[in-house]
Ligand binder design. Structure first.
Ligand code: PEP
Ligand code: MG
Length: 322
């Protein structure tokens, strides 16, 4: 299968009628880069940085983080690399932060909330990313955003980091883009306002599904309710993209749904600009993109948005795929 798909490796990702989108890879450490490039990824749409903080008793230093971010930027050789700031809590635990057990960890002290509450940890990471931005096309992304105030606070801290770096005589890229993960319904509803503060969105469907349907993403008892085809999830995706495009910013998707073969014409139809996924899915998604024109995909997305249940939507998409 991958052998057959190899012809897409060095090709741009185009719809049947030639609309250009990006197909990128998700990584969780430096080693993953090789397979992203091997399978024709056009960039890194999500670099999960949690590994830097895991399995250790002390926090990683700025220098240590800088080395990692620099290597990733260099290996990607000018292709975009979206570095997500620390996203722990929920199902991801960290001994070096010594966080107390919570009743509802997915709704608790995690991700950007920790970073804004403990700015020293946040600043160390931001400065390391900024310093590495000289070595490639790095972008910064904040996870778990639920209000525009969080974005403004994070950007203020980023600005402080830039000033401090300048004072230390270290440079950083002047046109480094900053974005957020859209994975909380509140961020979707506020997307038009938040879009004024950032350069891009990336939709995190793994969490967006869980927070929209109120279904724990790791609880097997309710796993059958956890689906990207829920009409509410699809409407939120469309709203996110519409709000972003009205504000003139681009939108990616780095949750599992970006590699969902059935959903692909819908996502093309609602205008998603970038798809980011694990390496093995990249070539197949490039191939599937080439099967639909934008007009067909637009028609499909409109029909999908009129259907009233996940079951009906899945059935409709399955018939299309056949
Ligand atoms: C997501 O929530 O969709 C996502 C990409 O982030 P993670 O799976 O790391 O929470
Ligand atoms: Mg998430």
């Amino acid at each position: 299968e991958q052998e057959r798909l190899k012809k897409y490796k060095n090709k741009e990702a185009l719809s049947k009628d030639g609309k250009k989108v990006e197909v990128c890879g998700n990584i969780g450490n430096i080693r993953d880069i090789e397979s992203i490039l091997e399978y024709g990824g056009q960039g890194i749409g999500l670099f999960r940085t949690e590994f830097l903080y895991m399995d250790r008793d002390t926090l990683p230093s700025e220098k240590e983080q800088f080395e990692v971010y620099r290597q990733v930027a260099e290996k990607m050789d000018g292709k975009p690399v979206v570095i997500r700031t620390l996203d722990i809590g929920g199902d991801k635990e960290l001994p070096c932060l010594n966080l107390p057990k919570e009743m509802n960890p997915f709704l608790g002290y995690r991700a950007i909330r920790i970073c804004l509450d403990q700015p020293d940890i946040f600043k160390t990471q931001l400065k390391a990313i900024l310093a590495a931005s000289n070595y490639g096309n790095i972008k910064i992304m904040y996870p778990m955003v639920s209000s525009v105030d969080e974005v403004k606070s994070a950007n203020r801290i980023l600005w402080e980091c830039k000033k401090e770096l300048a004072k230390e005589g270290k440079g950083y890229s002047q046109d480094l883009e900053v974005g957020i993960m859209v994975e909380v319904p509140a961020a979707v509803m506020e997307a038009d306002i938040i879009a004024q503060e950032v350069d891009f969105f990336s939709i995190g469907t793994n969490d967006l599904i869980q927070y929209t349907i109120a279904v724990d993403r790791v609880n097997e008892k309710v796993a059958q309710m956890y689906t990207p085809y829920h009409p509410a999830v699809l409407k939120l995706i469309k709203k996110t993209i519409d709000s972003a495009h009205q504000a003139g910013i681009w939108v990616g998707m780095c949750g599992e749904a970006a590699a969902d073969e059935l959903l692909l014409p819908f996502l093309l139809g609602v205008g998603l600009d970038e798809f980011s996924m694990s390496a093995v899915s990249i070539l197949r998604i490039k191939e599937l993109l080439s099967k639909w024109t934008v007009e067909e995909a637009d028609e499909i997305s409109k029909r999908v948005l009129k259907l009233q249940s996940a079951e009906k939507i899945k059935k409709f998409l399955l018939e299309l795929a056949r």
